[in-house]
Ligand binder design. Structure first.
Ligand SMILES: NC(=O)c1ccc[n+]([C@@H]2O[C@H](COP(=O)([O-])OP(=O)(O)OC[C@H]3O[C@@H](n4cnc5c(N)ncnc54)[C@H](OP(=O)(O)O)[C@@H]3O)[C@@H](O)[C@H]2O)c1
Length: 353
């Protein structure tokens, strides 16, 4: 009998970590719940009630020895604790050094760039596959851009990828609120234009994005600081990546004061992620539409982790963008089949779905 893979979840008792843990258990996997609070870890293990399939291990992000033990024991780690500006680097580096496959839920562009910059050589040497930014914001936009590009005969002609998130009913967790606070305060924004990544101050502006009906045109915050500026150019030869988020994302009256609401209430988000690939004289578009953005992100990271553990991961090791690690459209279709969202790709003449 082959040995079962062990999936470590860092930040297991947060909202995202719990969704990831439940999904992995539903898929029959064995878990190592990891975080800095021993009581919270034990309480979650009791709640999951899965006997020997669930173990716990305390490790703070600055405890190098404890992180090393976790990464040596586990086959894959899914990092769900944020802000990743604080928690990201040490966990990612511990995974790279131990050859433990790594996926995270970051959207922060600087963190994702940092994993590519600092862990690439180590991960390639140890054989780890690392995919930072594989969640709802970031990962799904990257995969949608990849799915559009894969359907274009002359991919080299794409001038611009636009990814626009429309979200309603978002009620932020503590982790999401702290992450938003970090991102709002950031003055060194990463943007991708004219074929290069730039760091510097970018004035936020209001834009309008024409979502397909029933949404229609929506007021957007642009640029939206999300990690597709780092990941999309790794697998789509594009000159510009534009990211936007609907102002409606922050309009729920308790958007920033809902840290203690229950999981069922938090699940009440509606979303559309629309993407366009544009070139001179033409373009294609696609969208993902669904409910509960947290669950969609958790299903994405779990699907990636399970594929890698089962040997159905990317052919190469090292740090990879989501759309570089997996064939984008089949990956999205798998998630659509799991109920994460509905996928529509409009590929123009003859290709419309
Ligand atoms: N890209 C996306 O679409 C997406 C989707 C979901 C989540 N996320 C990100 O994932 C992160 C978690 O979100 P969430 O909604 O699950 O938040 P949450 O419910 O508030 O949980 C946050 C988790 O992170 C842990 N944590 C925070 N700071 C830590 C630190 N310095 N050291 C160790 N653990 C720490 C918390 O543990 P303590 O209780 O001990 O602090 C808790 O387990 C956020 O950064 C969020 O932006 C991104």
């Amino acid at each position: 009998m082959t040995k079962k893979s062990l999936f470590a979840i860092y930040g297991a008792y947060g909202h995202t970590g719990r969704l990831v843990a439940s999904e992995l258990l539903a898929r029959g996997e064995e878990l190592l719940l990891v975080g800095r609070n021993v009581e919270a870890l034990r309480a979650l293990a009791d709640e999951l009630d899965a006997g020997e399939r669930v173990r716990t291990r305390t490790a703070s992000v600055d405890d190098v020895a404890a992180l090393r033990e976790v990464m040596t024991a586990a086959d894959v780690v899914i990092h769900c604790a944020g802000p990743f500006a604080i928690t990201g680097a040490s966990v990612a580096m511990a995974a790279a050094e131990a050859g433990c496959h790594y996926i995270d839920h970051a959207l922060e562009p600087h963190h994702v760039k940092g994993v590519f910059d600092t862990a690439q050589a180590t991960a390639q040497r140890t054989g780890a596959v690392m995919i930072p930014g594989l969640s709802f914001y970031g990962g799904l936009g990257d995969l949608l851009a990849g799915a559009l590009a894969d359907g274009i005969a002359r991919i080299d002609r794409i001038d611009r990828i636009v990814i626009a998130y429309a979200v309603n009913g978002w009620r932020l967790t503590t982790g999401a609120k702290n992450t938003a606070t970090h991102l709002f305060a950031e003055t060194e924004r990463l943007t991708f234009s004219e074929g290069a990544l730039h760091a510097g101050y970018v004035e936020p502006r209001n834009a309008v994005f024409p979502f397909p009906p029933p949404l229609g045109p929506r007021t957007m915050i642009a640029p939206f600081p999300s990690c597709e500026v780092v990941t999309v150019p790794r697998h789509v030869p594009v000159r510009n990546v534009d990211l936007m988020l609907s102002t409606s994302a922050f309009e729920a009256k308790d958007a920033f004061e809902s840290e203690h609401i229950g999981a069922a209430e938090r699940a009440g988000t509606d979303f559309t992620i629309a993407a366009q690939a544009i070139w001179e004289g033409g373009g294609v578009a696609g969208q993902l539409t669904g409910h509960d953005l947290w669950r969609a992100g958790a299903l994405a990271s779990v699907e990636a982790a399970v594929r890698i553990a089962e040997g159905r991961g990317p052919a190469k090791t090292g740090v990879l963008a989501p759309g570089e690690a997996f064939p984008a459209e089949p990956f999205l279709r798998e998630l659509a089949g799991q109920g994460a969202f509905a996928l529509t790709l409009r590929r123009g003449e003859g290709g419309e779905e």
